[in-house]
Design a protein around this ligand. Structure first.
Ligand code: GN1
Ligand code: MG
Length: 362
């Protein structure tokens, strides 16, 4: 507490700190909740994971630009209670967006009161989530100035991910290649098709827009009435293809099982979640998406599941150096579960396309 307290002394808080306690489920940054003695305001203190986010200046500047722009949009639209609808970065005493203590990087945001998060979704919440992530992309479509920087370079670039995957296969550091040969073949079979977004981009046919790049349902805050208040966890917001965000929500919320389910029978694609999310998403995003982007949404669900398969499998081949694991087979289990989900998405592909056509032809 004393060390944390001395960190908070460097920020412009409106009162004296009473209590600092661990907060949330985040796996990347360390997060704490701050309460004050003499004011209602609460804050969120985070130690930024500098191994993963190497350019903290760029990271914090991105978040500042995003939240300023959203704030501006909400004000223009006549919204009230804006401090609960976008994050507020609390500056340091010398006006910076983070504090460096010589070893670690720290930041503080205002805590959004009376809000909650969920780990799994019903179709109803998927619908709201779709609207909210569509609004998020929509509000950021005209952010002024230079394009936002990539906080993790090539984060959702499939060509780049495949390069890393092939290197892992080639090096076979952990000697596990023989046992996963079939899965490696499944990845390779689809490799060319899965890189189509990067090709379409080079041909000038597909734009990059600001994406959230971690579109899980627990990255949005809901109010007591079930309405989405605010999209949070903006660390990976950066330019990319819209089907990335769409696809990552499908991959996570649209899985009837867990990401690392031991029982593959649990894993399949949930078409109810797909329909609700897609409906909500298109309601808010249809106005700025191109016909090609809309057509490629089902591809996004395939792509992000495939990308995650290649990432888990590469990590297994590399001897588990990136993801936290609960045992030596964890990354293999995750890979198998992602592959099962991929097959299920592929089996529903035509149905997904037909549903999207039915929404856009209306
Ligand atoms: C990581 O932060 P977390 O655990 O939600 C990863 C995502 C993956 C996800 C798979 C910075 O996200 O890209 O989709 O694991 N984040 C980073 O569960 O690599
Ligand atoms: Mg995260």
């Amino acid at each position: 507490m004393n060390q944390l307290l001395s960190i908070t002394n460097h920020f412009k808080l409106v009162g004296t700190v009473k209590e600092i306690t661990p907060f949330g489920e985040g796996m990347i940054n360390s997060t704490y909740r701050i309460k004050l003695k003499d004011a209602q305001e609460e804050y969120v203190l985070q130690k930024i994971n500098h191994d993963i986010f190497q350019d903290v200046d760029l990271l914090q500047n991105n978040i500042k630009r995003i939240t300023d722009h959203i704030r501006h949009k909400l004000t223009e639209a006549g919204e009230t209670d804006i401090d609960r609808k976008t994050l507020t970065i609390i500056p340091t005493l010398d006006g910076k967006l983070y504090y460096f203590d010589g070893k670690s990087y720290w930041r503080i945001t205002l805590l959004i009161s009376n809000s909650k998060t969920f780990e799994a979704v019903t179709p109803e919440y998927a619908y709201y989530a779709g609207q909210a992530f569509g609004n998020f992309q929509s509000m950021l479509a005209d952010i002024p100035g230079e394009p936002l920087g990539e906080t993790i370079p090539n984060f959702h670039n499939m060509e780049n991910r495949l390069e890393s995957f092939r290197l892992a296969v080639k090096n076979n550091v952990a000697g596990r290649l023989d046992e996963v040969k079939d899965l490696v073949d499944e990845v390779e079979k689809r490799a060319y098709e899965m890189c189509q977004c990067e090709r379409l981009y080079r041909e000038g046919k597909l734009p990059k827009r600001i994406n959230h790049c971690d579109t899980k349902v627990n990255n949005m805050l809901f109010d007591d009435s079930g309405k989405v208040l605010c999209v949070i966890d903006l660390d990976t917001a950066m330019p990319g293809f819209v089907m990335s965000d769409y696809g990552d929500f499908m991959r996570t919320a649209g899985n009837t099982g867990r990401e690392d389910d031991q029982n593959l029978d649990n894993v399949s694609f949930n078409m109810d979640i797909f329909r609700s999310y897609t409906k909500g998403y298109l309601e808010s995003a249809k106005k700025f998406l191109t016909p090609l982007e809309i057509k490629l949404l089902p591809f996004g669900a395939r792509l992000l599941t495939y990308m995650q398969l290649s990432r888990f499998l590469a990590d297994y081949l590399n001897g588990d150096t990136y993801y936290k694991i609960n045992g030596p087979l964890h990354n293999l289990q995750r890979s198998k579960a992602q592959f099962k989900l991929l097959q299920s998405i592929e089996a529903h592909y035509k149905e997904m396309e037909a549903f999207i056509s039915s929404l856009t032809e209306k």
